[in-house]
Design a protein around this ligand. Structure first.
Ligand code: UDX
Length: 432
């Protein structure tokens, strides 16, 4: 059955969810305060980089509208999803001001039943806070609150939405459950995990913490493998075959980044602190990942024999992972900052993240941004692969040898075929 849905916040989560809900056949109104963003969306332009999203918007345009005015959504829908940002406060906790402002506006402007659903990642008890705020703001409004956290990954967000491992629905009454079950009616019933609101809120943090811990674990195993002369690729493969462990998220690298893991693991530690619970395991994951950037910068330095004077590297990849232009908490950017501080000269390349990186690294003079891979490699002492763009797998090795004779390759993503490098006579090192 087709439902009318309003989504507040047309950022990453809001926009992907809105367009995918429209694909499911629902009528969607996406709201954002940013007039330029809404004007662009009305023209079919997507303000974020996400493969396939522009094409999908074109396909579902009959089912979706964009507006800066919340009334346009409230007058047609009884379900309102809040998908605004929850940035990290200075103390590491999630800043709820945008979420609560959205809830208050819903309360002020509604005169008929509303199901208010949080899609943004919010700390435990946010549902309760929204409930109190809405009752206080509009005591006569009939409403229900629910939590429906989003698990999509940048770069494959549409597929994650359309083929989810599970759909978590935290509700506190039958009406809320009924509406959300109708919205997700096209998915197999067994995909739906129905819980209370607090559990749903915590599931998102717990999932991200577990995945971050898995990456932290394999990164530390990689360090150990390096020291004892073992091979982390074989180790990761072998432990991943144990179904209790599973093979996903066991690729070692320069540390995890992005808009979710770093923020969410800090937030869950804060939530626990507020309730006098110590999450020492997750605290270790945070410090292990912070230290990883320094270890990676150290690796670059030792490939240059510790002497950075008059040395130049090509940094291939700036985004926090492939298929995105997002550089939030990107290990590549953090490693670059460490090296630039020490006076190294960097020629940086990325397929999508150059514009964002220019802003993030604007205070450094000794970095040049190159839109062509070989322009970045020309005349450098070392090539460092920091993001796993597929295209880097097909580097023209003869061209590299011509452009930068004697250069070595340091592969922080274990992306390249080491044997091919050795055969081509290029010094190659990777992780673990
Ligand atoms: C993550 C969660 O996967 C998603 O469910 C949630 O909704 C948002 O946060 P995302 O941040 O888009 O998604 O990226 P993800 O693919 O999970 O990667 C996160 C970081 O871990 C990246 O820096 C990536 O390079 C790193 N990573 C991932 C590894 O280093 N090794 C791996 O094996 C997997």
């Amino acid at each position: 059955m087709s439902k009318n849905i309003t989504i507040i916040g047309s950022g990453y989560v809001g926009l992907v969810s809105g367009i995918c809900f429209a694909k499911l056949g629902h009528k969607v109104v996406c709201i954002d305060k940013d007039e330029n963003k809404i004007a662009a969306l009305k023209n079919g332009e997507i303000p974020i980089f996400e493969p396939g999203l522009k094409e999908l918007l074109e396909e579902v345009k009959e089912n979706i509208q964009f507006s800066t005015n919340l009334d346009d959504g409230l007058k047609v829908s009884d379900s309102v999803f809040i998908a605004v940002g929850t940035p990290q406060d200075e103390d590491g906790s999630a800043d709820l001001s945008y979420v609560l402002a959205a809830a208050e506006e819903i309360a002020q402007k509604s005169d008929s039943f509303k199901l208010i659903v949080t899609k943004s990642t919010v700390p435990v008890n946010t549902g309760e806070k929204i409930k109190n705020l809405v009752s206080k703001t509009n005591p006569n409004l009939e409403f229900s609150v629910a939590s429906n956290p989003e698990f999509l990954r940048e770069g494959c967000a549409i597929d994650d939405f359309i083929n989810p491992d599970r759909i978590v629905i935290g509700v506190e009454d039958e009406k809320g459950q009924e509406i959300l079950s109708e919205i997700y009616a096209k998915f197999p019933k067994e995909k739906l995990v129905i819980s209370d609101i607090k559990t749903a809120e915590l599931i998102k943090y717990a999932s991200n913490s577990f995945l971050a811990a898995k990456i932290g674990f394999i990164n530390e195993m990689a360090d150990l493998c390096e020291k004892v002369g073992a091979n982390v690729k074989s180790l990761s493969y072998a432990i991943g075959l144990d179904e209790r462990i599973g093979s996903k998220f066991l690729n070692p690298g320069p540390g995890f980044g992005g808009s979710c893991f770093p923020k969410d693991i800090n937030a869950i530690v804060n939530i626990a602190k507020e309730h006098e619970v110590k999450l020492s395991l997750i605290e270790s994951v945070i410090s292990s990942n912070a230290n990883r950037k320094l270890v990676m910068a150290g690796k670059v330095k030792s490939c240059l024999d510790g002497d950075l004077k008059n040395k130049k590297i090509a940094l291939l990849g700036l985004a926090f992972k492939a298929n995105t232009d997002d550089i939030r908490y990107s290990p590549a950017i953090e490693i670059a900052k460490e090296l630039l501080k020490d006076g190294l000269e960097i020629k940086a390349h990325d397929f999508e993240a150059i514009n964002n990186s220019k802003k993030a690294l604007q205070n450094f003079a000794n970095i040049e941004f190159c839109s062509d891979i070989y322009q970045a490699i020309n005349n450098v002492d070392l090539v460092v692969i920091a993001t796993e763009w597929e295209e880097y797998k097909d580097l023209d090795l003869d061209k590299i040898k011509n452009l930068a004779p004697g250069t070595a390759i340091l592969d922080l993503r274990n992306l390249l075929d080491g044997q091919k490098m050795v055969d081509a006579g290029i010094e190659y090192s990777c992780i673990g």
